[in-house]
Design a binder for this molecule. Sequence first.
Ligand code: COA
Length: 321
Amino acid sequence: MTGKICGTGSCVPKAVWDNRKLAELVDTSDEWIRERTGVARRHIAAEQETTAYLASNAAQAALQNAGIEAEELELIITATISPGDIMPGTSCEVQKLIGAVNATCFDLNAACTGFLFALNTAQAYIAQGIYRTVLVIGAETLSNLTNWQDRSTCILFGDGAGAVVLRTEETGRFAQVTHSIGEKGGVLTCTSRNQKKYEGSPTAPETYMQMDGKEVFKFAVSKVPEAIEELLKREQMDTSQIDHFVLHQANERIVRSVAKRLKEDMKKFPVNMEEYGNTSSASIPILLDELNRREMLKRGEYLVLSGFGAGLSYGASLMEW
Ligand code: COA
């Protein structure tokens, strides 16, 4: 048994900050950001646009798209590194907001690989026959973790949420490859402010996202194709059999490099970071929702999803649309 995506949804904050707005905050330019990252704009949450608010709006859109009621959901998993509250978990807040009274709810933190790992977790429950109807969300308000004085990071990130509804089907294919490299965790970090050592200095730089951009770039362009190749080899498939490669939207140069290494046309690698920046765990489900609503995905097509990010962690999943 596998979970088939039967509905997608997304929600992004109303406010849009373009590159020119960032050039007012730090020493940068629209040209530099576009050329090095492919990002032109990002959506930035207002105070009331919390992670749970964005997540529940994305969830409601996905339920509507799937044509199912919130009460039918048996499990909700939200991937996030930027929850509004440490407890209750964002998934429980979503449950309350959408009225999914029958669902078991928990959150998962795997940074930018979060949605992929949440999807894999949902699929494992489905394969075991434990749950049949599952909502998987990626939701972030990274603007709360962004140091707006650090030009090496603030140009990259944005806020948003995406969600998919999975329904059990007897047939269909799902396979996954996942890896973590804790030893390299220091290249992409954000320390919790809720610690005694920060009582006197709650805005210490290490409590915002910090990154060794070059190391993260090298990691992504080598490990993402490796994971995809490992997955396809295990599944006895070839890249030519894959219709869409839906990658985490961190940087257009990373996506181009992966396409080149796999010797595949960029046409198979949709990108939307121009509009949203890197929304961490939300980027893959937001992109899936856009592709779905534009009717660019056809039943039976093969998708490879791939996430990578802090941990370090990365992986690739194969699914049939
Ligand atoms: N605007 C203008 N100049 C900038 C800048 C900015 N926002 N940020 C850095 N620079 C400058 C640097 O100071 C450096 O100047 P110098 O040559 O005079 O020293 C120059 O631009 C090149 O900096 P560098 O850090 O080598 O740039 P880069 O080509 O590596 O690009 C990133 C920087 C962050 C865009 C790139 O490393 C990257 O995308 N890494 C991956 C990040 C990522 O995806 N993270 C999330 C993963 S989930």
